[in-house]
Design a protein around this ligand. Structure first.
Ligand SMILES: Nc1ncnc2c1ncn2[C@@H]1O[C@H](COP(=O)(O)OP(=O)(O)OP(=O)(O)O)[C@@H](O)[C@H]1O
Length: 247
């Protein structure tokens, strides 16, 4: 379980508290600058909060020795760029150790035909998929035991709809094994379908947290994003329609 207890960082986060159970997929939503990336860095143990504490399985994440953390916590950074111009397979192995990434991981992110190509020559979505493999491969042993925590900052960014689907279904599979996923997301309808639990952030504060049926109300979404929404419920699947101002 991940426990966030009154997390505060200067002007960026204010008193964020939440609990994310093992095996959950938690989506963090909010407008640009709301604090999603900052909170993910705190969860990953990469940023020490000025106030409060993040614990993973009761242990303060910033007190964990780096090698231990690196063995079970994966962090996917938004817009990460490769520091070296090497083939994708070498790039992944540089971070993930000697073993090549598992076939299942290669298939889920569909990077088989990218492995021999220099990372500098990959398209934006291809780079994103290689970086996701790099992140998950690093903690693969923990993933197979259902003990990994994956902190993913906008993992869907740049992915076409087919690759979005395969990633989301793969992450669901990983959660069913017991792994925990915390990810930021800008697509409310994807979160409505794939999030077990959500955190709505506004100006660094937690507006609401919990399962979608609690947090995706018109009032909360309108406060969170500052526009109007209509929500329909089709056979228990929420569909959220942002409303456009009339011309
Ligand atoms: N290193 C930093 N030092 C100080 N302020 C920062 C730093 N990084 C980000 N910020 C500020 O903190 C706030 C939260 O940024 P953050 O990147 O967490 O937002 P976000 O919700 O992930 O936004 P987006 O949807 O645009 O990715 C923003 O106002 C940002 O300008």
């Amino acid at each position: 379980m991940i426990t966030l207890n009154e997390i505060g960082i200067d002007k960026r986060l204010h008193g964020i508290s939440a609990e994310i159970d093992r095996g959950m997929c938690c989506h963090i939503l909010g407008e640009n600058g709301a604090g999603k990336s900052t909170l993910l860095q705190v969860c990953a143990g990469l940023l020490e909060p000025g106030r409060g504490e993040c614990r993973i399985n009761e242990q303060p994440v910033t007190a964990m020795p780096a090698p231990r953390l690196a063995g079970f916590r994966g962090f996917h950074e938004q817009n990460s760029t490769a520091a070296f111009d090497i083939p994708a397979h070498s790039y992944i192995q540089f971070y993930a150790g000697r073993k090549p990434p598992h076939d299942k991981l290669i298939a889920a992110l569909d990077i088989g035909r990218l492995l021999a190509r220099p990372v500098s020559q990959l398209s934006g979505g291809e780079k994103q998929r290689v970086n996701l493999v790099r992140c998950i491969a690093q903690v693969w042993e923990a993933v197979e035991k259902g003990q990994a925590v994956l902190c993913l900052d906008e993992p869907l960014q740049g992915l076409d709809v087919r690759h979005q689907q395969s990633l989301l279904l793969f992450l669901r599979e990983l959660c069913q094994l017991g792994n925990t996923v915390i990810m930021s997301c800008h697509d409310i309808n994807i979160s409505a379908r794939f999030a077990d639990t959500t955190l709505l952030l506004k100006n660094g504060r937690c507006l609401a947290s919990g399962p979608v049926h609690q947090t995706f109300s018109i009032d909360l979404l309108e406060t969170c994003f500052g526009i109007k929404f209509v929500i329909t419920n089709n056979q228990n699947a929420l569909q959220i329609h942002p409303q456009w101002p009339s011309a």
